[in-house]
Design a protein around this ligand. Structure first.
Ligand SMILES: Nc1ncnc2c1ncn2[C@@H]1O[C@H](COP(=O)(O)OP(=O)(O)O)[C@@H](O)[C@H]1O
Ligand SMILES: [Mg+2]
Length: 358
């Protein structure tokens, strides 16, 4: 079924006047994302917190205008915070997660390279080393942890904190545990920051040796939030051997360098195909590209993970391969990387006291 075109919806919203400025809300720039599915429309109207009450009639008028567009079955408009308070100096906001020895972001320049798969299995492998491990899904738009860990419970709330879910020897939190999968996600930048901050600050993580953060693809708000709000031990970049993915990996590395987050290393995923019948290895996408690229970028090459059917079926069935087949080739690859990662961030942190500015 073809859906109501955005243009018709914008045209309808252009009939709504913001009394404060006398301008229509579209040209005044108050209209944020418009989500449409099967005639159900949801729009966010950007507003200052201080004006939220005054904007209520505008919000209602916007809903009415949208509801009148042919094909619209239901319309809802929500007010979202427009202006963030100016970023306070670093000293004003305490860093989140002070009881976590090392926070490591697992990132990539683009999606689909196996970032979440790597994050989950690395976390499991770190737990197998006997460490206390947390796993945070920072992908607000496309959370993966509920599926990959096989979890569909809602976290309990105790006092003012949510209790992270326990699975496969680790503690996990994801927006996907809280929000139904079908809920339209019109999260704007400030809301991404809010949700991520809550998943760090309002979750009873307790003391952890290491927290693995499954980052969303690209170089957006979540990356900035992490760089600003926690003391990151560093980032590992996941890439596949194809050239294009490597180019994106380069972008990922640069982004972290810009925010002064150390890049701990590059992991090559879907490195070679391992035949499930005979264990023969085929380097379908060529060999050595990521290693050479890591050298060029001056970052450590942390290891390669084979392309294996079991890795995908494990991810899809909620049983991470590192736990489901701990003696298999995939688990061994993740274990080696986990060991190296802990060597890098565990010892570095233990070497000196944490510097806290307050
Ligand atoms: N090494 C691998 N072998 C086989 N399948 C993999 C491997 N790594 C990832 N996948 C599969 O590729 C898809 C994308 O992986 P995912 O971890 O969700 O990527 P990203 O988080 O980067 O978007 C998933 O279906 C996953 O099961
Ligand atoms: Mg992912």
């Amino acid at each position: 079924m073809s859906d109501v075109p955005q243009q018709s919806l914008r045209a309808a919203l252009a009939q709504v006047i913001d009394p404060a400025t006398g301008r229509d809300i579209v040209s005044a720039g108050l209209v944020g994302d418009i989500a449409v599915r099967d005639g159900l429309v949801q729009v966010s109207l950007l507003t200052d917190r201080a004006r939220a009450a005054a904007m209520e009639p505008v919000r209602k008028a916007a809903e009415q205008a949208l509801a009148a567009v042919p094909g619209v079955r239901n319309a809802s408009a929500v007010l979202t915070a427009h202006t963030q308070p100016a970023t306070p100096p670093a000293a004003a906001k305490p860093m989140l997660l002070p009881d976590v020895t090392a926070i490591v972001a697992v990132a990539s320049g683009k999606g689909g390279v196996g970032k979440s798969t790597t994050a989950v299995n690395l976390a499991v492998a770190l737990a197998q080393l006997g460490l206390k491990v947390g796993l945070l899904d920072a992908d607000i738009y496309g959370p993966s942890l509920p599926r990959m860990l096989g979890l569909n419970r809602k976290p309990e709330v105790r006092g003012d904190k949510m209790i992270p879910l326990d699975a496969w020897g680790l503690k996990a939190m994801s927006i996907g545990f809280l929000v139904e999968e079908e809920t339209p996600m019109i999260w704007r930048g400030p809301m991404v920051m809010g949700a991520l901050e809550q998943m760090m600050g309002q979750v009873a993580w307790g003391a952890l040796d290491i927290m693995i953060v499954d980052m969303p693809p690209g170089t957006g708000d979540a990356q900035l939030t992490m760089a600003q709000r926690v003391s990151l031990a560093g980032a590992v970049i996941v890439s596949t051997p194809q050239d294009i993915a490597l180019i994106d990996a380069r972008r990922g590395v640069r982004m972290f360098e810009r925010t002064k987050v150390p890049v701990l290393g590059l992991i090559e995923n879907m490195s070679m195909f391992v035949c499930p019948n005979c264990n023969h290895e085929s380097h379908i996408f060529g060999h050595g590209g990521a290693k050479a690229e890591a050298e060029r970028l001056g970052v450590e090459f942390m290891g390669e993970i084979p392309l294996l059917l079991d890795i995908r079926t494990g991810a899809d069935s909620g049983a991470p391969i590192a736990a489901a087949d701990p003696s298999g080739v995939a688990a061994k690859a993740f274990a080696a990387i986990a060991k190296r990662l802990w060597e890098k961030v565990g010892t570095a942190k233990q070497a000196g006291p944490r510097i806290v500015i307050d």
